[in-house]
Design a protein around this ligand. Structure first.
Ligand SMILES: Nc1nc2c(c(=O)[nH]1)N[C@H]1C(S)=C(S)[C@@H](COP(=O)(O)O)O[C@H]1N2
Ligand SMILES: [Mo]
Length: 389
């Protein structure tokens, strides 16, 4: 990345001499604007399906700009048109419905700002390596979405008393060839239990940050499920199926599931709520910091259906912890920014920084990885080694 930035900047002629090269590379990583243009862009992890990771520097901003918001697609982007798009609501309802985009736009709108994290975020930090997209720490973003409460649409159709799950189906389809393989061609789909589907902040969004939802993020309509991992926020929504029995679709049983143990029994459980997590945004791993210098450690922390109440930082690989300062007020469903004024040691050497978050339910970020979580839900404390020199 560093090399790409240097080449780009040099080509644009911003640099007069070589001594500025490292400064420019650092500015690029920090996301500062040069010549009015963002010096950072998303990291492409795959072209088909599209996988784009938010660069670390973009996480310094509360709201992630749309062109830096991470993208996680399983299949090619379906070609949907605003005028021909329809949403069908079927299953355990009093009257099946078909809604157009205009129908939806005419309904009462609701805006929700939320932090969306992919359940595989930070996977590349695991040792040993586990299957799945090898994300760094940038499969997480925050933005404002606007649309209609899911429950308003469900109420129009009338939920039958025996309704159990609300299956949200995307127009995108294909065959998953990697293990676990899909049974031929399937649609992307995910369900919510009725209780979650009733929460007014679960919306069918047609706007992202004041513009139409872009193709990669689910045009024209995607679901937004605050507090849950990304896989529940179904994009390119075209069908809602209300079921009378628990739905056990591919993307919440064979995939996007973990093991849970109780009474000596192991259960395969679909992922749902995001787990409490903090991330150090500055300094970056291996960043060089001068000895005996004041340094502002900065990061973000978020959790599922709760709020962050504490972030602590350790500058001695986890032996001692000091409270960081939480910035601004807690905002429902959103990450919380924090800072920690650190004085680097007088002596040169490697230093390991760590951040650990706690939420209002008393859930604390674990120090170690639990392998029952298979290849998902990676929220243990992530050390950042810096080079004091
Ligand atoms: N229809 C559909 N919805 C989907 C997906 C998908 O591939 N198809 N990916 C899911 C996953 S795993 C994540 S993490 C989020 C990513 O949303 P984004 O690409 O807008 O960041 O979308 C979810 N919704
Ligand atoms: Mo995801």
């Amino acid at each position: 990345m560093k090399i790409a930035h240097q080449q780009k900047l040099t080509r644009r002629g911003f640099l007069a001499d070589a001594s500025l090269l490292s400064v420019a590379a650092t500015l690029g990583q920090r996301g500062l604007l040069l010549g009015g243009e963002p010096a950072i862009r998303r990291i492409q992890r795959s072209e088909t399906p599209v996988l784009l990771e938010t660069p670390l520097a973009a996480l310094e901003r509360f709201a992630t700009p749309t062109d830096l918001f991470y993208v996680r697609n399983h299949f090619p982007v379906p070609a949907l048109q605003a005028d021909t798009w329809r949403l069908r609501v079927v299953g355990a309802v009093e009257r099946e419905l078909t809604l157009s985009l205009d129908d939806l736009r005419r309904m009462t709108t609701r805006s929700v700002t939320m932090t969306l994290e992919c359940a595989g975020n930070s996977r590349s930090t695991l040792n040993p390596i586990v299957r799945g997209v090898q994300w760094g720490n940038g499969a997480v973003s925050t933005a404002e979405w606007t649309g209609v409460s899911l429950i308003e649409v469900l109420n129009r159709a009338g939920l039958r008393p025996n309704a159990v799950d609300v299956v949200l189906e995307g127009a995108d389809r294909g065959e998953i060839m990697a293990e676990p393989r899909s049974p031929g061609v399937i649609h992307f789909a995910h369900s919510l239990p009725i209780a979650k589907a009733r929460q007014a902040d679960v919306i069918l969004a047609h706007r992202l940050a004041g513009a139409d939802v872009p193709a990669n993020h689910g045009f024209p309509v995607r679901v937004i499920v605050p507090g849950w991992y990304g896989m529940a926020s179904v994009k390119w929504l075209t069908r809602i199926v209300v079921t009378e029995r628990p739905y056990q679709g591919f993307f919440q049983s064979l995939d996007y599931s973990i093991y849970e143990r109780s009474q000596d029994l192991v259960t395969v459980t679909p992922l749902s709520q995001m787990q409490v997590k903090s991330m150090i945004v500055r300094p970056a791993a291996q960043e060089r910091i001068a000895p005996n210098t004041a340094y502002r450690v900065f990061g973000v922390a978020w959790t599922g259906e709760s709020e962050i109440t504490r972030v602590e930082v350790s500058a001695d690989a986890g032996r001692t912890w000091t409270a960081a300062r939480l910035l601004d007020n807690a905002r429902a469903h959103c990450w919380r920014q924090w800072e920690f004024m650190w004085r680097s040691p007088a002596q040169a050497g490697a230093v390991t920084l760590m951040a650990r978050a706690t939420d209002a339910r008393g859930h604390v970020q674990p120090m170690t990885r639990d392998t029952d979580r298979r290849n998902y839900m990676i929220n243990h404390v992530l050390p950042i080694a810096v080079d004091v020199r």
